[in-house]
Design a protein around this ligand. Structure first.
Ligand SMILES: [Zn+2]
Ligand SMILES: [Zn+2]
Length: 129
């Protein structure tokens, strides 16, 4: 195997390859963050295997507000590094109507999602339809 091991940008430990709704993604065993290669997230969002209950959906709806000033305090001064190319990633909202800030590789290798963000994105995508 010559595949380079991807590391968690947060904990600097190797990511474990897992199956998420039929798509292979890399998950950190420590913080639960997930690395999705550029096209993997679309596949997951389209798959819609996971079903969410009403309460979960409502909680997520309430959280979908523009990134607040108060979040700035939590932001790290050092940008997370892309597990593929090790360049700094840039933080931005997932999309114009999904206000979840994710780390994206500036070279488009993929994006880093904190624990549960992938579920939140899936739910919000569903709601927009
Ligand atoms: Zn981690
Ligand atoms: Zn990269």
């Amino acid at each position: 195997m010559t595949t380079k091991i991807k590391m968690c940008p947060e904990d600097i430990i190797p990511l474990a390859s897992i199956d998420y709704e039929g798509v292979n993604v890399d998950r950190c065993p420590m913080c639960g963050g997930i690395w999705c290669d550029a096209n993997e997230l679309d596949k997951i969002i389209e798959s819609k295997i996971k079903k969410f209950d009403k309460e979960t959906i409502n909680n997520v709806k309430d959280l979908n507000v523009p990134s607040l000033e108060l979040n700035i305090g939590k932001l790290k001064l050092i940008a997370r590094k892309c597990p593929v190319c090790n360049e700094d990633m840039s933080k931005s909202d997932f999309s114009s109507n999904i206000k979840i800030s994710v780390d994206r590789c500036i070279k488009d290798h993929g994006l880093w999602l904190d624990e549960y963000e992938i579920e939140r994105i899936q739910i919000l995508r569903e709601l927009k339809k």
